[in-house]
Design a binder for this molecule. Structure first.
Ligand SMILES: *[C@@H]1O[C@H](CO)[C@@H](O)[C@H](O)[C@H]1NC(C)=O
Ligand SMILES: *[C@@H]1O[C@H](CO)[C@@H](O)[C@H](O)[C@H]1NC(C)=O
Ligand SMILES: *[C@@H]1O[C@H](CO)[C@@H](O)[C@H](O)[C@H]1NC(C)=O
Ligand SMILES: *[C@@H]1O[C@H](CO)[C@@H](O)[C@H](O)[C@H]1NC(C)=O
Ligand SMILES: *[C@@H]1O[C@H](CO)[C@@H](O)[C@H](O)[C@H]1NC(C)=O
Length: 610
């Protein structure tokens, strides 16, 4: 503070004492419950600018390179695997892990349309039209994967082409999967036997699997006019909205009882088994032309809880990450400090919210913070007060930029340039890990010097790889701030997905450069003579290739890279919503008649809940 620079006067001292006293009262009444961490002494960050300045024309050529990568992967699939599910890119053979309906072809359709690949599209279509969704008989298909890859793929290709044959096929598949909803709660069960029309699976559902289909079924309901599709999403939104989330800070926990429709555990995460359920709260609101306020409320609750409780910053390099935690008893909360590649979608979601929502004026869209916090424990209500010191638009964008940078750094640090599946952050003890919000508050109180905590540009770790002794490895873990926990890169999209969103939302060309580095690493390390392979041992100079090319590599990873480098904005974020498999669906509004027919009425809006 600048107090002593101005010299002393007794009046100023009195004012200062009164001010400190007021601050203490404020601290003890408002912040004590949420913030037990002491505010850290921050070393201001610097922006290490090390990006080249290249003429903007280079990006068009890079988009072409991604298109060629797609063609290489798809032609390998066509030659050695079609009409089976996926190519095995080392042995030139195929696997059938996703219903044997040609998942790579269906998942790739909309990418082909966006890239203008008519020939590949025409070659794929007849097989897709002839697929019998009742085959293979007597085998259960997984509801969630089938919805996001097949149904999402068909719907998106329909939306981009207007080819009604795709709509007919989507309708056929959507109907075949409906038995999944035959549970007491109405949450879908794990699998459906589409031949016999019966559901199967455990009585407890994983969050991501029970809550990542609303976009697909709502849009299917809109374009077919069928109530049985559209009303499901309304029903599920009500279930979540009315669930007792008192002990999870208003955030959905990871396991749910499919009979009672209530939470089954208190594990909170935006990573594996949870991720897309959180994604679909905001996206369902956006897809339905921003009318579904229940989902918007739940998005605000979730992000508030994550920002306050699941985001941390590492001590050496100020790497910000989002992790997961379990509450065993009210006083026994355990944070894992694992950071998953899967969680790297989260910064992109935050960025989308920053672009589309009036986060600094939520009242204008009918969000009342009192309503939002009504059933929460005092410590969680305190979290909302803590955030209210900041402009939420700024805060969400800083969070997005900081986490996405960490996602990038986990790639750039490795000799392969590819990011590991999971890293384990240095937690607690003498290393002094801190909640991100504590660091942000300290940065604010200490005069906002430098970029917000974690937002500053960072150089990759420069020590040579190939460490042998445990001692060396421990030292490396400390200076890098993390250890690599699962050393494989499964050609996943989440990191480049967030780069794309941040590029569109901020216009900062550094996101393109980061994506370009990732693409070059994929070309260098993962390319085989017939496609692209998952890479094991990304932390070694000589990695090992795995005989697998997941369909999402074509549906998502290459699509987001292509859109990142393409100058034209061919899928504007205010007109299209990407499902969790990167299939864009067009924003639509329900007519008043549809709203009544599908139960989307005023009484579902939060303002009417007494
Ligand atoms: C796979 O196919 C590619 C290209 O067609 C070929 O160059 C390569 O030798 C094949 N690999 C195997 C293991 O057959
Ligand atoms: C699809 O396969 C099932 C199971 O073998 C069969 O009963 C049905 O007739 C087939 N449908 C069509 C349109 O071929
Ligand atoms: C599909 O139809 C919509 C609405 O009529 C139109 O705006 C769009 O341009 C059409 N797209 C194609 C690829 O024909
Ligand atoms: C939520 O569940 C807890 C634990 O069972 C219970 O104590 C609390 O009263 C419930 N809250 C509401 C609003 O039903
Ligand atoms: C919040 O921040 C955004 C972006 O920096 C700015 O445009 C907006 O005016 C701010 N809102 C308020 C209420 O200060």
């Amino acid at each position: 503070m600048s107090l002593h620079r101005r010299g002393f006067s007794s009046r100023r001292v009195l004012v200062a004492i009164a001010f400190s006293f007021a601050l203490c009262i404020l601290y003890y009444t408002h912040l004590r419950n949420t913030q037990s961490d002491p505010l850290p002494e921050l070393i201001p960050e610097e922006d290490v600018v090390f990006w080249p300045t290249e003429p903007p024309e280079i990006w068009a050529e890079r988009a072409v390179q991604v298109k060629n990568a797609f063609l290489h992967a798809y032609h390998g699939y066509e030659r050695y695997a079609f009409p089976h599910d996926e190519l095995t890119p080392l042995s030139n053979a195929s696997t059938n892990s996703f219903n044997k309906w040609g998942v790579t072809a269906v998942d790739s359709l909309d990418t082909m349309l966006l890239m203008g690949l008519k020939d590949e599209y025409e070659r794929a279509l007849p097989m897709i039209m002839n697929t019998n969704f009742s085959l293979p008989a007597n085998t259960a298909v997984p509801f969630f994967e089938t919805v996001i890859r097949y149904l999402g793929g068909l719907l998106s290709a329909y939306a981009l082409s207007n080819d009604t044959r795709l709509l007919t096929k989507a309708d056929e598949l959507g109907a075949k999967l409906l038995p999944a909803f035959n549970t007491e709660s109405g949450f879908p069960v794990y699998a459906v036997n589409t031949y016999e029309g019966v559901e199967s699976g455990p009585p407890v559902g994983m969050l991501a699997e029970i809550a990542s289909w609303q976009l697909e079924y709502s849009y299917l309901g809109k374009i077919t006019g069928k109530e049985e599709y559209a009303e499901r999403a309304t029903l599920i939104t009500d279930l979540f909205y009315n669930a007792n989330l008192t002990f999870s800070g208003g955030m959905y926990p990871t396991k749910w009882d499919l009979t009672s429709g209530e939470p089954y555990d208190l594990h909170l995460s935006v990573g594996a088994a949870a991720d897309s359920a959180h994604e679909y709260t905001l996206k369902q609101y956006l897809l339905t032309a921003q009318t579904d306020k229940e989902n918007l409320e739940m998005y605000i609750r979730m992000t508030t809880h994550v920002i306050n409780n699941l985001m941390f910053i590492s001590p050496q390099r100020h790497l910000v990450y989002v992790t997961d935690m379990s509450t065993y008893k009210l006083e026994d909360t355990r944070v894992t400090h694992h950071f998953e590649h899967l969680s790297c979608f989260f910064p992109g979601l935050l960025a989308l919210g920053v672009k589309m929502l009036p986060l600094d004026d939520l009242e204008s869209v009918g969000i009342n913070v009192e309503e939002l916090t009504r059933d929460l424990l005092p410590r969680d209500r305190g979290g909302y007060e803590a955030l209210s010191e900041f402009n939420l638009t700024d805060l969400h964008l800083w969070a997005a930029e900081a986490i996405a940078q960490t996602c990038y750094i986990t790639y750039a640090d490795q000799p392969t340039g590819l990011g590991p599946e999971t890293v384990s952050m240095r937690a607690g003890g003498k290393f002094g890990i801190t909640r991100w919000m504590s660091a942000v508050r300290a940065w604010d109180r200490q005069g906002r010097r430098g970029p917000p905590p974690g937002v500053g540009d960072k150089l990759p770790w420069s020590e040579p790889p190939g460490l042998v002794s445990t001692k060396e490895r421990d030292r490396a873990t400390v200076t890098r701030d993390y250890g690599v926990r699962n050393i494989a890169y499964y050609l996943r999209p989440e990191t480049v997905e967030s780069f794309y969103m941040l590029w569109r939302v901020t216009g900062d060309v550094r996101w393109r450069y980061r994506g370009w580095h990732v693409f070059q690493a994929i070309e260098r390390e993962a390319k085989t003579s017939s496609g692209y392979a998952c890479v094991d041992r990304v932390h070694m100079k000589v990695p090992v290739l795995l005989d697998s090319m997941p369909s999402y590599f074509l549906a998502e990873t290459l699509k987001y890279l292509y859109l990142l480098f393409l100058d034209e904005d061919i899928v504007p974020l205010d007109r299209w919503v990407f499902n969790t498999e990167a299939h864009p669906l067009p924003v639509f509004a329900w007519t008043p008649e549809e709203s009544v027919a599908y139960g989307i009425t005023e009484e579902h809006l939060p303002s009417a809940v007494s």
